[in-house]
Design a protein around this ligand. Structure first.
Ligand code: ADP
Length: 535
């Protein structure tokens, strides 16, 4: 699943037009479609006898609501086009803009809403506007399905985006204007779709119903064949809603303000809002992820800095004295040699002193390691499942960035441990970050598995497995050495500190090779009952 996305830039992983729909979304879409079929049956069957009055204000409210939702949808889709430069998105955004504009004309033309005979056109105008809107929008959908292009190289060049936006908006407005012109000025010449203001013409099923149904079915078929993204799924549902409007317009009565006619407006509004709702949902999710990633990255950076700062500060502090001593002794030794008669004995003593100071510096580095061991106060009882989730949350930004699949099913059977929460979190985070670094270097599928299990009766074992580059045979014996690193920006202190912390918790840290590739780092800790018995 991850590999199929490799060619798609990271930012596209969050966009409606690139994301694949999850099973929940597919289920919701199916429920909507089935619910509509039930509604269709009820309205054309048991509820067909209900007589509803003509409420002209309803058309005004309906038109306004449609205009608002369609224009916001168009705006958001144009914004997406601006980011991903896909021609398909530009086409569908224009489709929504077209409907928003035609809806305005429709309200102006509808008899009895703003004037008894409508503000523009004649008796046929609003019906013709309805027909064009319901055939042109599905045509835009077909255009979208045919022009959406997953091949990034064929997307519009960045320099052309503004011009494309301008021309697409201008052409769509011109198209809506032309439709409005023909439906109003040319109205007397157009075939009749209405008998009068209220009743549909007997030819409605084949003059209006048939063209709408054919173009919607064609749109559904093309979308189905080329389906891939969340947007494809919801446009299919929208097209299905358009299709359902056809029988509802005719049954139970072929007239305005019948049950079916009102149902058509409701269905129309639902279809107009669907993509908008999904877009808003995606935007909110994206916002939440962004916030999580930013916070996670900040916490991770702070955790890294904390370790780095602590180590650097300790080294600087402890090493200053032996280094200063070595420099002073070396200068003295040099003076003993730099005389007319060099004092070889004193020079030798100086060199011996320098060697001793060097050894002492080595011991001090070891002491710094031990200082991490002694900091085991603040021990509390810890749920390992929580600890793992916290550490994964800290590394979330990096995990997402490198598209790493995380497998960390909680083990509810595993006993808790007693320890220093911050330190153990630091250990897990270090191992996770090392695993991420090892996997980032390889293009293969990236899987991080973090799990805990009971181990040797009274202990628990936590393992962090990756599918990264693994550890070279040459490095096996030295990766735990302080200052050993193979990374250009590494400090080589992570694993040595981790081992010190785990040993201070009376545990053990080691690694093995992962199959078929990568490394598994494991550490053991005492389980709660054993730890409290000891304590
Ligand atoms: P740093 O990460 O700063 O280099 P560490 O002590 O964390 O220091 O790691 C030392 C070295 O061990 C790394 O530079 C890397 O070569 C190796 N290493 C650690 N973890 C892994 C891993 N999961 N896979 C492969 N190599 C690893």
């Amino acid at each position: 699943m991850l590999n199929s996305d490799v060619a798609v830039p990271e930012e596209h992983h969050f966009l409606l037009s690139s994301l694949s729909p999850g099973s929940a979304q597919k289920r919701i879409a199916l429920v909507i479609v089935l619910g509509l079929l039930v509604a269709l049956y009820l309205i054309t069957g048991p509820l067909s006898g209900i007589q509803l009055g003509a409420v002209n204000a309803f058309v005004a409210v309906y038109g306004t609501a449609m205009f608002v939702t369609d224009s916001i949808t168009a705006f958001l889709l144009y914004a997406q086009f601006y980011i991903i430069r896909s021609r398909g998105i530009l086409v569908i955004a224009s489709g929504y803009l077209f409907t928003a504009l035609v809806v305005v004309l429709y309200v102006f033309a509808f008899p009895g809403v703003l004037a008894p005979d409508g503000v523009i056109g004649g008796v046929q105008t609003s019906a013709w506007l309805y027909l064009t809107w319901h055939t042109v929008f599905p045509t835009f959908v077909i255009g979208y399905a045919l022009s959406k292009d997953e091949n990034l190289n064929r997307r519009l060049r960045p320099g052309k985006v503004r011009a494309a936006l301008f021309w697409s908006i201008a052409c769509t407005a011109a198209l809506a204007g032309a439709v409005g012109y023909v439906a109003t000025i040319g109205e007397p010449e157009l075939p009749h779709l209405m008998l009068d203001r209220m009743r549909f013409h007997p030819g409605w099923p084949y003059r209006v119903g048939a063209p709408i149904a054919s173009v919607c079915i064609a749109a559904i078929v093309v979308l189905w064949i080329r389906r891939r993204s969340v947007l494809d799924l919801w446009l299919m549902v929208v097209m299905f809603l358009y299709l359902v409007e056809v029988p509802l317009s005719w049954y139970p009565q072929p007239a305005r303000f019948s049950t079916g006619w009102y149902a058509v407006r409701v269905v129309g509004f639902v279809s107009s809002s669907l993509v908008l709702i999904v877009l808003l949902y995606e935007i909110t999710t994206l916002y939440a992820r962004l916030l999580g990633a930013v916070l996670g990255q900040r916490r991770e950076r702070e955790a890294r800095l904390m370790t780095g700062n602590a180590v650097a500060a300790s080294i600087a502090h402890e090493m200053r004295q032996p280094l200063a001593a070595m420099v002073t002794t070396a200068e003295a030794g040099f003076r003993f040699l730099d005389r007319a008669t060099p004092n070889m004995n004193r020079a030798k003593e100086a060199l011996q002193q320098i060697a001793a100071d060097g050894l002492r510096a080595g011991t001090l580095v070891e002491t710094i390691r031990s200082s991490f061991k002694s900091d085991v106060k603040d021990r509390t009882s810890i749920d390992l499942n929580d600890l793992i989730q916290e550490a994964l949350a800290l590394g979330d930004g990096q995990l997402q960035k490198h598209r790493i699949l995380v497998q960390a099913t909680p083990n509810l059977q595993v006993p808790g441990v007693v320890g220093n929460r911050v330190q153990l979190q630091q250990v897990l985070l270090n191992l996770i970050v090392n695993a991420i670094d090892a996997m980032a270097a390889k293009d293969d599928q990236r899987i991080l598995t973090v799990k805990s299990e009971s181990y040797e009766g009274d202990r628990v074992m936590v393992s962090v497995a990756d599918t990264g580059v693994g550890i070279a045979a040459l490095d096996v014996d030295r990766i735990f050495n302080p200052l050993f690193t193979t990374k250009s920006d590494g400090m080589g202190m992570g694993l040595s500190i981790c081992r010190a912390i785990i040993e201070a918790h009376e545990g053990r840290l080691w690694f093995t090779a992962n199959a078929p590739r990568g490394a598994v780092f494991c550490f053991t800790l005492q389980a709660v009952s054993a730890a409290s018995a000891v304590g």
